[in-house]
Design a protein around this ligand. Structure first.
Ligand code: IFM
Length: 446
């Protein structure tokens, strides 16, 4: 039956999660520590001293997650593999218990008819590699290639959609420039080196995938942004241009074989540890780009200094905000998709994350009627439909997130899930938005 909502047949509807945010079992099954285990256990780094030690306990309750996905009738589930579960020290022979965990998950997804979207890296770098220089070191990119090859060899035949990594901007800049994320550094040179090695790791892993002979689709997930200038003053226009380069072209230009953007090279090129051949590796052919979008913002020029390493800053805007303080601007999703489709030769785009944190206060009956999240999702899904009608090759949409989970430095204080997770027994409790999304997936939303 033809869909009533204007989305093409075959459009992929899914949900996203990530390993450290949901798995828990931080020291079980032979898993080694990651930089997020270390960071979360460092006093003052995460709200209320929270950590991913137990998270949603998906290491044990993965079946509950699959039941939710089945109830949604989701076509796809995007999850990440915990590198230190596979290689506790970030190198060497794989840990069988770790491989078995993902193998069980894949079997159950196959049985449920849900397409796995496997992501190799969502920020939980093995701590042992951090101690050897982390993403500042070229060797980490080589170790990533080794880890990727292990995954291709063990489960490659059961996964048709692969992504190397999630939002390398966050790993490089939040991790090494502002220190909000693990490993918590505040050093521009470190951030620039990390950016290059993340891209190199992506390229090495993508090339290894092609060489493996596997025939799935391979992509990279970024969180692009093209902030509005706060005013038309030249310095604010330049600030918005710089912000857009760091969030968007710094990643897409090299991946599409154009090298690093001039605006970045002029400022930080001396810190980019590029070696002969790197740019070709980074430009390994891709099947799709994943776009994570939450908000737009407006920026103005600001004095660069220890408290503002970017040299630009967001300005308050009039739009309604989510619990993260992020403005709600569905048309921003359409704009960024169109901007990417017009400026880079992407054959296919997916919205690999979109969603919002809200207070989620339960009613007297215990049910969370999260109308604000429903309105957010409805607006952004409508923006996707508009982008498609304007010619954007958008082929799917994933909600962030299936579950309330560990929201990095905010711990469990910010909730993005379609389902809550009871802290006492880890039971999943669908919110009203869960049923909204189920109906939206079905193509009929009353
Ligand atoms: O929770 C994160 C996710 O890990 C990466 N993208 C943004 C989400 C919300 O902040």
């Amino acid at each position: 039956m033809k869909r009533q909502d204007g989305f093409p047949d075959g459009f992929i509807w899914g949900c996203s999660t990530s390993s450290y945010q949901i798995e828990g079992a931080a020291a079980e099954g032979g898993k080694g520590p990651s930089i997020w285990d270390t960071f979360a256990h460092t006093p003052g780094k995460v709200a209320e001293g929270h950590s991913g030690d137990r998270a949603c306990d998906s290491y044990h309750r993965w079946n509950d997650d699959i039941s939710l996905l089945k109830e949604l009738n989701a076509g796809a589930y995007r999850f990440s593999v915990s590198w230190p579960r596979i290689q506790p020290e970030g190198r060497g022979v794989p840990n069988q218990a770790g491989l078995d965990y993902y193998s069980r998950l894949l079997d159950a997804l196959a049985e449920a008819g849900i397409e796995p979207w496997l992501e190799l890296f969502h920020w939980d770098l093995p701590q042992a590699l951090e101690e050897a220089g982390g993403w500042r070191s070229r060797d980490t990119a080589l170790r990533f290639q080794e880890y990727a090859a292990i995954m291709y060899g063990h489960i490659g035949d059961r996964v048709r959609h692969w992504t190397s990594m999630n939002e390398p901007w966050c790993a490089a800049f939040l991790g090494h420039l502002t220190g909000e994320h693990a490993p918590g550094m505040r050093d521009r040179v470190a951030a620039t080196r990390a950016a290059h090695h993340l891209l190199l790791a992506h390229g090495l892993a993508a090339r290894a995938y092609r060489q493996s002979g596997l025939a799935g689709e391979y992509g990279l997930v970024i969180n692009p942004s093209k902030p509005r200038p706060a005013t038309l003053r030249p310095e604010d226009l330049a600030a918005s241009e710089r912000a857009s380069i760091e969030r968007t072209s710094l990643w897409l230009d090299p991946v599409f074989g154009r090298g690093y953007p001039q605006g970045f090279v002029e400022r930080f090129g001396g810190d980019l540890p590029v070696e002969a051949g790197d740019m070709d590796i980074i430009a390994a052919p891709l099947d799709f780009i994943g776009v994570n979008y939450y908000n737009e913002e407006a920026v103005r020029a600001a004095a660069q200094g220890p408290d503002n390493p970017y040299g630009f800053e967001p300005v308050p805007t009039y739009q309604k905000k989510t619990e993260m303080g992020w403005e709600i601007e569905p048309q921003g999703l359409r704009r960024i998709l169109e901007y990417i489709a017009e400026n880079w030769p992407c054959r296919v785009l997916f919205v690999t994350e979109n969603g919002a944190a809200f207070p989620d206060v339960p009613g007297p009956d215990g049910i969370i009627r999260d109308y604000d999240r429903i309105e957010y999702l409805e607006g952004h899904i409508a923006a996707c439909r508009e982008a498609i009608s304007h010619g954007v090759p958008l082929k799917g949409y994933f909600v962030w997130s299936l579950l309330d989970n560990f929201e990095w430095s905010y711990g469990y204080t910010k909730k993005f899930g379609l389902a809550g997770v009871d802290p006492s027994d880890r039971k999943r409790r669908p919110k009203l938005s869960f049923y909204y999304y189920r109906d939206r997936i079905a193509g009929f939303c009353p």
